[in-house]
Design a protein around this ligand. Sequence first.
Ligand code: PGA
Length: 250
Amino acid sequence: MRTPLIAGNWKLNKTISEANKLATQLVTGLTGVSDREVVIAPIFTALSSVADIVKNSPIQLAGQNCYPEESGAFTGEISPLFLRDAGCQYVIIGHSERRQLLAETDAFIQQKIVKSLAGGLKPILCIGETLEQRENNQMFDVLTQQIKGALKNLTAERIATLVVAYEPVWAIGTGKTASNEQAQEAHAFIRKLLAELFTPDIAETTRILYGGSVKPGNVDELMAEKDIDGALVGGASLNAEDFIRIVRFN
Ligand code: PGA
């Protein structure tokens, strides 16, 4: 009953012409896909041209980030309003690269979640522990703190469209994927937490994606796990053939 969702996070890659080319290949390769959702997150400057290309295809668009104000004197920022204007339905929030490189806090991420929902975007909230935290047995505490912080003061009704992405930091871009068991354990924990903090219904309906070195070779087994509802794919989403195969997981 949870529609699987495969999202490609292109990060800071692909010029506009390269992005258009990749989007065109994906549109061709994903014709007829209807039992799963497909989202891609190109760089901001390519959003509007890619939106034209994916129109009338199963592919939806996401922003890679947003600022928690609608418009105004916020040099260099982008808001849910402008992401919607460029054709986005989704927005990635709190990616570990932003938490680490740009010192984004759970409180700031919470504001972005609030404004994204108010602006009609579906947030993909990224959470995940570092290797050090995992080795110190802090994984569950870290996930709890990140979920509680990002969803503070929100109600079950408000977060109905939220997607959570569990991305262990040690698996991102490293080629090291969490084992199915490790991923399933974290996903089940997150679902239980959503039931405790919100409602059993929200826990049942919220999609929890796995992210961290998802590839054509490991997607099928990850997707076979009960609480893994999709994938947030970085590196492998930059190659049409690989991403198409991931979307077409068995
Ligand atoms: P990766 O990135 O697939 O290259 O590990 C995942 C992500 O950062 O979302």
